[in-house]
Design a protein around this ligand. Sequence first.
Ligand code: COA
Length: 165
Amino acid sequence: MNKTAIYPGTFDPITYGHLDIIIRATKIFDSIIIAISDNFKKKPIFNLKERIELTRTVTIHLKNIKKILGFNDLLANLAKKEKANILIRGVRTIFDFDYEIKLAAINKQIYPDLDSVFLLSSKDVSFISSSFVKEIARYKGDIKPYLPKEAHSALLKKLHNNFLK
Ligand code: COA
């Protein structure tokens, strides 16, 4: 049986935290779909096309990434459409769990064949979030430890264009 799993997020931008989960997921499942939410509520600094491209560049070396797509829909509907019945979520700390349990339940209610699988973030990246990284970058802190090099240079370029012109 071919096990296709979907890994969703905003990826604004993709960090080593996301990459940690993606790499480990590719070792467990046959194929992975990375689903990038439009998530306009979060006011992403990279547009959807840029986030897709950046994620593609950073994961290009991984063999069983089936596709990387943008979406503006319920995640459960997208999973159904893509015939993925495993939803991967990275869990960083115990505090993520409360939200994740509710999210898993609601997603399963919408698409009963969808099961959530939780991967524990590796210790050295468990504190990363895209917002933290963007904040550090805005104050000219060192963001190298948190981002793959392509995401690092894209973020510096984006901030330069947005705030320094
Ligand atoms: N390591 C490091 N950081 C991680 C991480 C990990 N393993 N997993 C998540 N993060 C970070 C992300 O960078 C994100 O940071 P940010 O808030 O600073 O951007 C934060 O933790 C939260 O991540 P997550 O919970 O995955 O949120 P998200 O915004 O990236 O994605 C969706 C949320 C897209 C999965 C969710 O909004 C969704 O499913 N939307 C579609 C609509 C829907 O179906 N909703 C559910 C039914 S109501």
